[in-house]
Design a protein around this ligand. Structure first.
Ligand SMILES: Cc1ncc(COP(=O)(O)O)c(C=O)c1O
Length: 398
């Protein structure tokens, strides 16, 4: 046996679980314990673990050709573009594919910078757009930014959902405004329709590009194909990732015609972007999304989930402040730091994740059932009862 000398850098605090297999909405650890996976690789396994149609598509592609530099055409690429035509908003007809969300955000910012000739971006307090230097420049959390400046351009972080400040700050020097329709990492904060429309108008007024980052909210997750549809607006640039490859690393940036037409050879590139395996995963994922009515099913089950969490909130109003999010991007905001809740949930067989400082977030695969939701709420009920008792005990002893 070789002694393992190489250590993985601990960028994430370990969850204390060694996973061995997975199917649909469930994972099993090496001891055979089953968990309901509401983490789902940060939501990217929205179509379930090892979705058979996606597995087959990748397998078929593996047997044909799995590597081809973007300069070569493949049938896999052609099929992916054809499939994207079925789901991308009209007029966002120029796309490029990458591996992760940050890379796609990076291109969206580069394009806005280059094609407007401007050097200022607007982002929002609590925004998360990734960790490469451009993406990090528009990510708010000071903990992620510390020590990495200078960033490539000026970024102003404005309060989310505040129309007045936005109207003041977006001007003729602004290259772009980047926004999440629901802030995922920031705490499941939803943009109001009024706010999204105001961004659209401010961009129209000044020539800034409206970049909508749907890496977490997109592809049906919120019960709409694209979460921005709620405001009936069209972004100039749309960024997607996570779920679009069925868990396989794929992301994309899509540009409106006027921008896409101006981009030319050499403006950007990526060795693994648009690779045949990613294209096969993307095509299969779009087929699953459309053929299995994933968006409608998500809207339905999301409502059931929300109602159950609302009931819990009523019952535990001393410890639960609110229910946040939409569709299957949903959670409870607690009145205290919820690390313990996440740990107890995992111990009891539900893997969830945090959003912001106070939100317990659930990003399950779309096939989560009413029984699964009952299991989550019963488990939460047990944990919250305990927490409530401890709080009361703590109060009476102080
Ligand atoms: C809204 C949003 N944008 C961008 C990213 C970055 O994506 P990735 O981690 O795939 O680079 C994330 C990741 O959580 C995200 O939630």
């Amino acid at each position: 046996m070789v002694e393992i000398m190489v250590k993985l850098i601990q960028f994430y605090s370990p969850r204390g679980l060694k996973l061995s297999r997975a199917e649909n909405q469930y994972v099993w650890d090496v001891d055979g314990r089953k968990y309901l996976d509401c983490h789902a690789q940060y939501g990217s396994l929205f179509l379930g673990h090892r979705n058979p149609k996606i597995v087959n598509s990748i397998k078929e592609q593996l047997n044909l050709i799995y590597g081809a530099y973007p300069a070569f055409n493949t049938e896999a690429k052609e099929r992916a573009l054809e499939s994207l035509s079925k789901i991308l908003p009209k007029k966002l007809e120029y796309v490029y594919m990458f591996n992760g969300g940050s890379e796609a955000v990076e291109l969206s910012l580069k394009v806005a910078r280059k094609l407007t000739g401007r050097k200022k971006f607007i982002s929002f307090i609590n925004a998360f757009h990734g960790r490469t230097m451009g993406a990090l420049s528009v990510t708010w959390n000071p903990r992620y930014r510390e020590g990495y400046d200078p960033f490539p351009w000026e970024v102003k972080f404005l309060p989310y959902n505040k129309v007045e400040e936005l109207e003041k700050e977006v001007d003729n020097e602004t290259a772009g405004v980047i926004v999440e329709v629901i802030q995922g990492e920031g705490g499941l904060n939803e943009a109001s329709v009024e706010f999204l429309k105001a961004i659209r108008e401010a961009c129209d007024r000044t020539g800034a590009q409206m970049i909508v980052d749907e890496v977490q909210t997109g592809f049906g997750r919120t019960g709409l194909l694209w979460a921005h549809q709620i405001a009936n607006i069209k972004p100039d640039i749309l960024v997607a990732g996570k779920a679009i490859g069925g868990g396989f690393p794929v992301s994309l940036a899509a540009f409106k015609t006027e921008l896409g037409e101006k981009l030319k050879e050499g403006d950007h590139g990526s060795t693994f972007g648009v690779n045949p395996l990613a294209c096969a995963a993307l095509t299969a994922s779009i087929n699953v999304l459309l053929e299995e009515n994933v968006v409608e099913k998500t809207a339905q089950i999301g409502r059931v989930f929300k109602e159950s969490l609302e009931e819990l909130k009523e019952e535990f109003s001393e410890v639960v402040r609110s229910v946040k999010g939409r569709g299957l991007m949903i959670g409870i905001e607690t009145k205290f730091e919820p690390t313990q809740i996440l740990k107890f949930l995992q111990d009891d067989g539900v893997i969830a994740l945090r959003a912001g400082k106070l939100v317990v977030r659930f990003l399950p695969p779309y096939m989560i059932t009413v029984q699964d939701i009952q299991f989550i709420t019963e488990t939460l009920r047990k944990i919250l009862s305990q927490v409530k008792e401890d709080k009361i005990a703590a109060k009476t002893t102080t």
